[in-house]
Design a protein. Structure first.
Lengths: 294, 160
Protein backbone atom coordinates (compact mmCIF):
# COMPACT_ATOMS: atom_id res chain seq x y z
CA UNK A 1 0.00 0.00 0.00
CA UNK A 2 1.09 3.58 -0.52
CA UNK A 3 0.22 6.81 1.26
CA UNK A 4 -2.95 8.64 0.24
CA UNK A 5 -2.46 12.10 -1.28
CA UNK A 6 -1.80 15.02 1.06
CA UNK A 7 -0.72 18.63 0.87
CA UNK A 8 2.83 19.05 2.11
CA UNK A 9 4.74 21.91 3.69
CA UNK A 10 8.30 21.94 5.02
CA UNK A 11 8.74 25.33 6.69
CA UNK A 12 12.06 26.63 8.03
CA UNK A 13 10.71 28.16 11.23
CA UNK A 14 8.50 27.07 14.11
CA UNK A 15 6.29 30.13 13.62
CA UNK A 16 5.52 29.17 10.02
CA UNK A 17 4.79 25.60 11.05
CA UNK A 18 2.43 26.71 13.82
CA UNK A 19 0.66 29.16 11.53
CA UNK A 20 -0.03 26.44 8.96
CA UNK A 21 -1.30 24.13 11.70
CA UNK A 22 -3.53 26.86 13.15
CA UNK A 23 -5.01 27.58 9.73
CA UNK A 24 -5.67 23.95 8.88
CA UNK A 25 -6.97 22.59 12.16
CA UNK A 26 -7.78 18.91 12.74
CA UNK A 27 -6.93 17.79 9.22
CA UNK A 28 -3.24 18.63 9.56
CA UNK A 29 -0.58 16.44 11.10
CA UNK A 30 3.07 17.06 11.75
CA UNK A 31 5.74 14.70 10.50
CA UNK A 32 8.91 14.44 12.54
CA UNK A 33 11.02 11.29 12.06
CA UNK A 34 8.13 9.56 10.35
CA UNK A 35 8.99 6.20 11.89
CA UNK A 36 5.53 5.88 13.42
CA UNK A 37 3.52 8.10 11.08
CA UNK A 38 4.71 6.81 7.71
CA UNK A 39 3.72 3.21 8.50
CA UNK A 40 0.24 4.56 9.27
CA UNK A 41 0.26 6.47 5.98
CA UNK A 42 1.53 3.42 4.07
CA UNK A 43 -1.29 1.31 5.50
CA UNK A 44 -3.75 4.19 5.03
CA UNK A 45 -4.65 4.05 8.71
CA UNK A 46 -3.99 7.80 8.75
CA UNK A 47 -5.29 10.08 6.01
CA UNK A 48 -4.23 13.62 6.91
CA UNK A 49 -5.15 16.29 4.41
CA UNK A 50 -1.95 18.16 5.09
CA UNK A 51 1.47 17.31 6.51
CA UNK A 52 3.72 19.86 8.15
CA UNK A 53 7.27 18.54 8.02
CA UNK A 54 9.35 19.73 10.98
CA UNK A 55 12.68 18.44 9.64
CA UNK A 56 13.83 21.76 8.18
CA UNK A 57 13.38 23.67 11.44
CA UNK A 58 16.96 23.67 12.75
CA UNK A 59 16.03 25.33 16.04
CA UNK A 60 13.93 22.32 17.04
CA UNK A 61 16.86 19.91 17.08
CA UNK A 62 19.84 19.54 19.34
CA UNK A 63 20.96 19.01 22.90
CA UNK A 64 22.04 22.08 24.87
CA UNK A 65 22.79 23.22 28.40
CA UNK A 66 20.98 26.56 28.81
CA UNK A 67 22.32 26.83 32.34
CA UNK A 68 24.55 24.61 34.52
CA UNK A 69 21.54 22.92 36.13
CA UNK A 70 19.64 21.97 33.04
CA UNK A 71 19.86 19.94 29.86
CA UNK A 72 17.48 20.82 27.05
CA UNK A 73 16.67 18.34 24.28
CA UNK A 74 14.95 19.75 21.22
CA UNK A 75 11.97 17.74 20.00
CA UNK A 76 13.52 17.06 16.60
CA UNK A 77 16.71 15.61 18.12
CA UNK A 78 17.25 12.19 16.54
CA UNK A 79 17.06 9.21 18.88
CA UNK A 80 20.47 8.21 17.50
CA UNK A 81 21.88 11.49 18.75
CA UNK A 82 21.11 10.44 22.33
CA UNK A 83 23.67 7.67 21.82
CA UNK A 84 26.44 9.94 20.57
CA UNK A 85 25.92 13.38 22.11
CA UNK A 86 28.54 14.41 24.68
CA UNK A 87 26.14 16.40 26.91
CA UNK A 88 23.87 13.37 27.14
CA UNK A 89 26.84 11.15 27.84
CA UNK A 90 28.07 13.44 30.60
CA UNK A 91 24.80 14.18 32.36
CA UNK A 92 22.32 11.46 31.46
CA UNK A 93 24.16 8.48 30.08
CA UNK A 94 21.07 6.46 30.96
CA UNK A 95 19.31 8.12 28.01
CA UNK A 96 21.92 6.61 25.68
CA UNK A 97 21.42 3.29 27.46
CA UNK A 98 17.66 3.49 26.93
CA UNK A 99 17.94 4.74 23.34
CA UNK A 100 19.83 1.61 22.32
CA UNK A 101 16.66 -0.35 23.03
CA UNK A 102 14.62 1.74 20.60
CA UNK A 103 14.06 -0.45 17.53
CA UNK A 104 17.21 -0.48 15.37
CA UNK A 105 19.85 2.00 14.22
CA UNK A 106 18.05 2.64 10.92
CA UNK A 107 14.96 3.71 12.85
CA UNK A 108 16.90 5.86 15.31
CA UNK A 109 18.68 7.82 12.56
CA UNK A 110 15.32 9.37 11.62
CA UNK A 111 13.12 8.83 14.69
CA UNK A 112 13.05 11.79 17.06
CA UNK A 113 12.83 12.31 20.81
CA UNK A 114 9.79 14.57 20.44
CA UNK A 115 8.13 12.20 18.03
CA UNK A 116 8.42 9.29 20.45
CA UNK A 117 7.05 11.42 23.29
CA UNK A 118 4.16 12.86 21.28
CA UNK A 119 3.27 9.42 19.88
CA UNK A 120 3.12 8.08 23.47
CA UNK A 121 3.26 4.39 22.67
CA UNK A 122 2.72 2.59 26.00
CA UNK A 123 5.79 0.44 25.29
CA UNK A 124 8.08 3.31 24.33
CA UNK A 125 11.25 3.86 26.31
CA UNK A 126 11.56 7.65 26.12
CA UNK A 127 8.23 8.50 27.75
CA UNK A 128 9.18 6.35 30.75
CA UNK A 129 12.66 7.91 30.83
CA UNK A 130 11.27 11.45 30.82
CA UNK A 131 8.94 10.44 33.65
CA UNK A 132 11.91 9.02 35.56
CA UNK A 133 14.01 12.13 34.97
CA UNK A 134 11.14 14.45 35.96
CA UNK A 135 11.48 16.24 32.64
CA UNK A 136 9.50 19.34 31.77
CA UNK A 137 7.69 19.24 28.43
CA UNK A 138 7.67 22.57 26.58
CA UNK A 139 5.00 23.05 23.95
CA UNK A 140 4.32 25.70 21.32
CA UNK A 141 1.16 26.94 19.60
CA UNK A 142 0.66 29.78 17.16
CA UNK A 143 0.43 33.24 18.69
CA UNK A 144 3.48 32.61 20.87
CA UNK A 145 1.56 30.38 23.28
CA UNK A 146 3.78 27.97 25.20
CA UNK A 147 2.97 25.54 27.98
CA UNK A 148 5.23 23.71 30.42
CA UNK A 149 3.95 20.30 31.48
CA UNK A 150 5.17 17.52 33.70
CA UNK A 151 5.25 13.98 32.31
CA UNK A 152 2.12 13.18 34.35
CA UNK A 153 0.35 16.15 32.77
CA UNK A 154 1.55 15.13 29.30
CA UNK A 155 0.79 11.40 29.09
CA UNK A 156 -2.86 10.57 29.65
CA UNK A 157 -3.49 7.29 27.90
CA UNK A 158 -2.30 4.86 25.24
CA UNK A 159 -1.05 6.93 22.27
CA UNK A 160 -2.67 9.89 23.95
CA UNK A 161 -1.17 13.13 25.23
CA UNK A 162 -2.60 16.48 26.26
CA UNK A 163 -1.16 18.18 23.18
CA UNK A 164 -3.93 20.25 21.65
CA UNK A 165 -4.79 20.61 17.98
CA UNK A 166 -2.17 22.86 16.41
CA UNK A 167 0.21 22.44 19.34
CA UNK A 168 3.62 20.83 19.01
CA UNK A 169 6.15 19.61 21.53
CA UNK A 170 9.13 21.92 21.24
CA UNK A 171 11.62 20.48 23.74
CA UNK A 172 12.09 18.72 27.04
CA UNK A 173 14.16 20.15 29.84
CA UNK A 174 15.75 18.02 32.52
CA UNK A 175 17.35 19.27 35.73
CA UNK A 176 20.82 17.84 36.14
CA UNK A 177 21.24 15.33 38.95
CA UNK A 178 24.92 14.71 39.43
CA UNK A 179 24.72 12.41 42.45
CA UNK A 180 21.83 10.27 41.28
CA UNK A 181 22.62 6.89 39.81
CA UNK A 182 20.54 5.76 36.84
CA UNK A 183 20.06 2.52 34.90
CA UNK A 184 17.67 1.22 32.25
CA UNK A 185 16.89 -2.23 30.95
CA UNK A 186 14.16 -3.88 28.98
CA UNK A 187 12.71 -7.27 28.04
CA UNK A 188 11.50 -7.76 24.51
CA UNK A 189 10.87 -10.85 22.45
CA UNK A 190 13.81 -10.18 20.14
CA UNK A 191 16.42 -7.43 19.82
CA UNK A 192 14.77 -4.24 18.72
CA UNK A 193 11.21 -5.40 19.23
CA UNK A 194 8.71 -3.36 21.24
CA UNK A 195 9.31 -3.68 24.97
CA UNK A 196 7.15 -6.16 26.83
CA UNK A 197 8.29 -4.22 29.90
CA UNK A 198 11.13 -1.72 30.34
CA UNK A 199 12.36 -0.20 33.59
CA UNK A 200 14.50 2.80 34.46
CA UNK A 201 15.75 3.33 37.99
CA UNK A 202 17.09 6.36 39.82
CA UNK A 203 18.80 6.09 43.20
CA UNK A 204 20.41 8.42 45.70
CA UNK A 205 22.74 7.15 48.36
CA UNK A 206 24.19 8.38 51.62
CA UNK A 207 27.67 8.49 53.09
CA UNK A 208 27.86 4.74 53.63
CA UNK A 209 26.29 4.04 50.29
CA UNK A 210 23.03 3.33 52.05
CA UNK A 211 19.92 4.02 50.03
CA UNK A 212 18.30 7.42 50.62
CA UNK A 213 15.66 7.33 47.93
CA UNK A 214 14.85 5.39 44.81
CA UNK A 215 12.27 5.41 42.08
CA UNK A 216 11.59 3.14 39.12
CA UNK A 217 9.73 4.11 35.94
CA UNK A 218 8.19 1.46 33.70
CA UNK A 219 7.21 1.34 30.06
CA UNK A 220 5.12 -1.40 28.56
CA UNK A 221 3.60 -2.29 31.91
CA UNK A 222 0.50 -0.13 31.67
CA UNK A 223 -1.23 2.07 29.14
CA UNK A 224 1.00 5.02 30.06
CA UNK A 225 4.50 5.14 31.57
CA UNK A 226 4.24 4.62 35.34
CA UNK A 227 6.53 5.76 38.11
CA UNK A 228 7.00 3.94 41.40
CA UNK A 229 8.61 6.13 44.03
CA UNK A 230 9.77 3.63 46.59
CA UNK A 231 8.26 4.50 49.96
CA UNK A 232 10.76 5.83 52.46
CA UNK A 233 9.76 3.25 55.06
CA UNK A 234 11.06 0.60 52.67
CA UNK A 235 14.26 2.21 51.49
CA UNK A 236 15.47 5.13 53.54
CA UNK A 237 18.68 4.71 55.42
CA UNK A 238 18.77 0.97 54.89
CA UNK A 239 21.87 -0.84 53.72
CA UNK A 240 21.45 -1.94 50.17
CA UNK A 241 21.44 -5.71 50.53
CA UNK A 242 19.49 -8.74 49.30
CA UNK A 243 16.83 -8.22 51.96
CA UNK A 244 16.18 -4.68 50.75
CA UNK A 245 16.06 -5.81 47.12
CA UNK A 246 13.48 -8.43 48.12
CA UNK A 247 11.39 -5.73 49.81
CA UNK A 248 11.56 -3.62 46.66
CA UNK A 249 10.62 -6.60 44.51
CA UNK A 250 7.60 -7.27 46.71
CA UNK A 251 6.58 -3.62 46.46
CA UNK A 252 6.82 -3.66 42.65
CA UNK A 253 4.76 -6.88 42.61
CA UNK A 254 2.09 -5.30 44.81
CA UNK A 255 2.06 -1.93 43.03
CA UNK A 256 2.08 -3.00 39.37
CA UNK A 257 -1.17 -2.80 37.39
CA UNK A 258 -0.04 -4.66 34.30
CA UNK A 259 -1.92 -4.78 31.02
CA UNK A 260 -2.45 -7.90 28.97
CA UNK A 261 -2.41 -8.15 25.20
CA UNK A 262 -1.44 -10.61 22.46
CA UNK A 263 2.23 -10.20 23.38
CA UNK A 264 1.99 -11.02 27.08
CA UNK A 265 -0.55 -11.74 29.80
CA UNK A 266 -0.72 -9.33 32.76
CA UNK A 267 0.89 -11.77 35.18
CA UNK A 268 3.85 -12.24 32.86
CA UNK A 269 4.36 -8.48 32.69
CA UNK A 270 4.16 -8.33 36.47
CA UNK A 271 6.91 -10.93 36.73
CA UNK A 272 9.05 -9.12 34.17
CA UNK A 273 8.57 -5.81 36.00
CA UNK A 274 9.88 -7.39 39.19
CA UNK A 275 12.81 -9.04 37.38
CA UNK A 276 13.75 -5.72 35.78
CA UNK A 277 13.50 -3.89 39.10
CA UNK A 278 15.95 -6.42 40.52
CA UNK A 279 18.23 -5.71 37.58
CA UNK A 280 18.16 -1.92 37.32
CA UNK A 281 17.95 -0.78 40.93
CA UNK A 282 21.28 -2.35 42.02
CA UNK A 283 22.92 -0.84 38.93
CA UNK A 284 21.51 2.59 39.74
CA UNK A 285 22.70 2.32 43.34
CA UNK A 286 26.13 1.28 42.16
CA UNK A 287 26.32 4.29 39.85
CA UNK A 288 25.11 6.77 42.44
CA UNK A 289 27.69 8.98 44.07
CA UNK A 290 27.62 9.95 47.70
CA UNK A 291 25.96 13.33 47.92
CA UNK A 292 27.33 16.40 49.66
CA UNK A 293 24.41 16.28 52.07
CA UNK A 294 23.25 12.90 53.26
CA UNK B 1 0.55 18.31 -6.77
CA UNK B 2 4.25 17.74 -7.29
CA UNK B 3 7.32 19.31 -5.75
CA UNK B 4 10.83 19.83 -7.08
CA UNK B 5 13.63 17.97 -5.42
CA UNK B 6 17.36 17.93 -6.04
CA UNK B 7 19.54 15.29 -4.46
CA UNK B 8 22.58 13.13 -5.12
CA UNK B 9 22.09 9.41 -5.62
CA UNK B 10 25.19 7.22 -5.81
CA UNK B 11 27.23 10.34 -6.53
CA UNK B 12 25.01 11.35 -9.44
CA UNK B 13 23.00 14.59 -9.15
CA UNK B 14 19.27 14.12 -9.66
CA UNK B 15 16.74 16.91 -10.16
CA UNK B 16 13.09 16.13 -10.74
CA UNK B 17 9.58 16.53 -9.40
CA UNK B 18 7.66 14.10 -7.20
CA UNK B 19 4.36 13.91 -5.38
CA UNK B 20 4.92 14.53 -1.66
CA UNK B 21 3.47 11.09 -0.85
CA UNK B 22 6.10 9.32 -2.96
CA UNK B 23 8.23 7.13 -0.70
CA UNK B 24 12.00 7.37 -1.12
CA UNK B 25 12.07 3.63 -1.83
CA UNK B 26 9.59 3.92 -4.69
CA UNK B 27 11.37 7.01 -6.00
CA UNK B 28 14.68 5.14 -6.15
CA UNK B 29 13.08 2.10 -7.74
CA UNK B 30 10.47 3.40 -10.13
CA UNK B 31 11.63 6.95 -10.86
CA UNK B 32 15.36 6.23 -11.03
CA UNK B 33 15.30 2.59 -12.07
CA UNK B 34 17.44 1.52 -9.11
CA UNK B 35 15.63 -1.70 -8.32
CA UNK B 36 18.27 -3.07 -5.96
CA UNK B 37 16.43 -1.56 -2.99
CA UNK B 38 13.55 -3.87 -2.08
CA UNK B 39 10.29 -3.42 -0.22
CA UNK B 40 9.49 -6.24 2.19
CA UNK B 41 7.07 -4.82 4.72
CA UNK B 42 6.55 -1.10 4.05
CA UNK B 43 6.45 -0.38 7.76
CA UNK B 44 10.07 -0.34 8.77
CA UNK B 45 10.59 -3.71 10.42
CA UNK B 46 12.20 -5.95 7.79
CA UNK B 47 15.15 -3.79 6.75
CA UNK B 48 15.09 -4.82 3.08
CA UNK B 49 14.65 -1.20 2.02
CA UNK B 50 17.63 0.12 3.99
CA UNK B 51 19.69 2.74 2.15
CA UNK B 52 22.28 5.24 3.36
CA UNK B 53 21.20 8.88 3.60
CA UNK B 54 24.00 11.27 4.52
CA UNK B 55 26.01 8.16 5.29
CA UNK B 56 23.55 6.77 7.84
CA UNK B 57 21.18 3.81 7.47
CA UNK B 58 17.57 4.78 6.88
CA UNK B 59 14.40 2.86 6.05
CA UNK B 60 13.61 4.17 2.60
CA UNK B 61 10.03 2.91 3.01
CA UNK B 62 9.58 5.35 5.90
CA UNK B 63 11.07 8.41 4.27
CA UNK B 64 9.30 10.60 1.75
CA UNK B 65 11.32 11.40 -1.36
CA UNK B 66 10.69 15.10 -0.71
CA UNK B 67 12.44 14.71 2.63
CA UNK B 68 15.58 13.61 0.78
CA UNK B 69 15.79 16.94 -1.03
CA UNK B 70 19.38 18.17 -0.72
CA UNK B 71 20.61 14.83 0.60
CA UNK B 72 23.26 12.36 -0.41
CA UNK B 73 21.70 8.93 -0.92
CA UNK B 74 23.54 5.68 -1.44
CA UNK B 75 21.95 2.44 -2.63
CA UNK B 76 23.30 -1.07 -3.14
CA UNK B 77 24.09 -0.23 -6.76
CA UNK B 78 26.95 1.95 -5.52
CA UNK B 79 28.87 -0.92 -4.00
CA UNK B 80 30.48 -2.58 -6.99
CA UNK B 81 32.92 -0.45 -8.89
CA UNK B 82 33.73 -1.03 -12.54
CA UNK B 83 32.32 -4.53 -12.48
CA UNK B 84 34.29 -5.66 -9.42
CA UNK B 85 32.50 -6.73 -6.29
CA UNK B 86 32.86 -4.65 -3.14
CA UNK B 87 34.70 -6.60 -0.39
CA UNK B 88 31.37 -6.94 1.42
CA UNK B 89 29.71 -8.43 -1.66
CA UNK B 90 32.69 -10.73 -2.14
CA UNK B 91 32.37 -11.88 1.46
CA UNK B 92 28.65 -12.56 0.97
CA UNK B 93 29.48 -14.58 -2.15
CA UNK B 94 32.26 -16.50 -0.41
CA UNK B 95 30.14 -17.37 2.62
CA UNK B 96 26.94 -18.09 0.67
CA UNK B 97 25.22 -15.40 2.67
CA UNK B 98 22.25 -15.10 0.33
CA UNK B 99 19.72 -17.43 -1.28
CA UNK B 100 16.82 -15.53 -2.82
CA UNK B 101 18.67 -12.25 -2.34
CA UNK B 102 15.62 -10.21 -1.37
CA UNK B 103 17.04 -9.06 1.97
CA UNK B 104 20.60 -8.78 0.77
CA UNK B 105 20.77 -5.14 -0.28
CA UNK B 106 19.49 -4.11 3.13
CA UNK B 107 22.06 -6.29 4.88
CA UNK B 108 24.87 -4.94 2.68
CA UNK B 109 24.14 -1.32 3.40
CA UNK B 110 23.55 -1.87 7.10
CA UNK B 111 26.84 -3.80 7.27
CA UNK B 112 28.67 -1.17 5.25
CA UNK B 113 27.58 1.46 7.73
CA UNK B 114 28.59 -0.70 10.71
CA UNK B 115 32.03 -1.39 9.28
CA UNK B 116 32.73 2.14 8.10
CA UNK B 117 31.58 3.69 11.37
CA UNK B 118 33.90 1.42 13.35
CA UNK B 119 31.06 -0.34 15.09
CA UNK B 120 32.33 -3.15 17.28
CA UNK B 121 31.97 -6.29 15.14
CA UNK B 122 34.52 -8.41 16.94
CA UNK B 123 32.23 -11.08 18.35
CA UNK B 124 29.33 -12.94 16.88
CA UNK B 125 26.75 -11.92 19.49
CA UNK B 126 27.46 -8.22 18.91
CA UNK B 127 27.22 -8.68 15.15
CA UNK B 128 23.90 -10.51 15.50
CA UNK B 129 22.52 -7.68 17.62
CA UNK B 130 23.77 -5.05 15.20
CA UNK B 131 22.09 -6.86 12.29
CA UNK B 132 18.87 -7.56 14.20
CA UNK B 133 17.06 -4.90 12.19
CA UNK B 134 17.41 -6.89 8.98
CA UNK B 135 15.27 -9.99 8.53
CA UNK B 136 16.11 -12.96 6.31
CA UNK B 137 13.68 -15.78 5.61
CA UNK B 138 16.11 -18.00 3.70
CA UNK B 139 19.52 -18.34 5.25
CA UNK B 140 19.09 -18.66 9.00
CA UNK B 141 21.58 -15.78 9.36
CA UNK B 142 24.74 -17.74 10.20
CA UNK B 143 26.35 -17.24 6.80
CA UNK B 144 25.43 -13.55 6.85
CA UNK B 145 27.11 -13.12 10.22
CA UNK B 146 30.19 -14.98 8.97
CA UNK B 147 30.32 -12.80 5.85
CA UNK B 148 30.04 -9.56 7.79
CA UNK B 149 32.73 -10.56 10.28
CA UNK B 150 35.01 -11.67 7.45
CA UNK B 151 34.44 -8.45 5.48
CA UNK B 152 34.97 -6.37 8.60
CA UNK B 153 38.39 -7.95 9.10
CA UNK B 154 39.31 -7.68 5.41
CA UNK B 155 38.27 -4.05 5.16
CA UNK B 156 40.04 -3.13 8.41
CA UNK B 157 43.22 -4.69 7.06
CA UNK B 158 43.07 -2.66 3.87
CA UNK B 159 42.00 0.65 5.44
CA UNK B 160 44.59 3.41 5.12
Amino acid sequence: MKPPPFEYHAPDTIEEALAILANTGEEARVIAGGQSLVPLLNMRLARPELLVDLNRIASLAGVSQPNPDMIRIGAMTRQRTLETDSLVSTHFKVLAEAAKFIAHIAIRTRGTVGGSLAHADPAAELPAMMLLLDAEFITAQSGGVSRRLSADQFFVGPWSTTLETGEILEAVEIKTATDTGFAFSEVARVNGAFALVGAGAAANVGRDHELLSARIAFCGLSSTPRLLALPSEIVKGRPFNDELIDHVAAEVWRWAEPIGDIHARPEYRRRVAVALARRVLPLAVQRATVGATS
Amino acid sequence: MTQSIALTVNNVPVATTVEPRRLLADFLRDDLGLYGTHLGCEHGVCGACTVLVEGEPVRSCLMLAVQADGCDVRTVESLSQGGSLHPLQEAFRKHHALQCGFCTAGFLLTSLYLIESDHDLSDEQTVREALAGNLCRCTGYQNIVDAVMDASATMAATRP
